[in-house]
Design a protein around this ligand. Structure first.
Ligand code: SME
Length: 161
């Protein structure tokens, strides 16, 4: 089924404002990173109608390895500096891609993916993974997603070892 793009910035912000306390509550009292990121992936995928894939990659032995996610089968390993995920991890910054075909080195896991946002997970200034959200609609992500997904990444990081 085609995912629907939410065009109103206010709609988007209100979805995130409602979602953040739910995510806080999901992970409160739990410090198992797999359990927390599994539930956070599910919560984001359920709430964001424009998301076709939501998931986490974790840094292991110098590369990103797929963790809990919601969506189609994904690439298992991504080198630091490669693709959107590897770029966000290498540069420790949110990378927003309105049209994935225009991003040099973009890694196609799902051929339906048209736009993407990747947020680094940071603990004490060090990257330990990324949160990746894809959409089957071009230009789905903006500064609202960057801000709120950044907060989600911060919640996850605080609950991680
Ligand atoms: N497109 C990503 C790869 C991961 S998937 O989208 C789930 C990238 O270029 O890093």
């Amino acid at each position: 089924m085609e995912q629907i793009k939410i065009s109103s910035a206010e709609d988007k912000a209100s979805i995130y404002r409602e979602l953040l306390p739910q995510i806080e509550s999901l992970v409160s009292g739990e410090d198992d990173i797999i359990a927390n990121t599994a539930n956070v992936s599910a919560a984001l995928k359920q709430a964001l109608a424009y998301a076709s894939w939501v998931g986490f990659y974790f840094l292991k032995n110098g590369e990103l390895v797929v963790g809990p996610f919601q969506g189609k089968v994904a690439c298992t390993r991504i080198a630091i500096g490669r693709g959107v995920c590897g770029t966000a991890a290498a540069e420790k910054r949110v990378v927003t891609v309105p049209d994935v075909s225009q991003f040099p080195g973009h890694i196609y896991c799902d051929p339906d993916s048209k736009s993407e946002i990747v947020v680094p997970l940071l603990k004490n200034g060090q990257v330990f993974g990324v949160l990746d959200v894809d959409s089957s609609v071009f230009d789905s992500f903006d500064s609202i997603d960057a801000e709120y997904l950044g907060r989600v990444a911060g919640i996850v990081a605080r609950r991680s070892p």
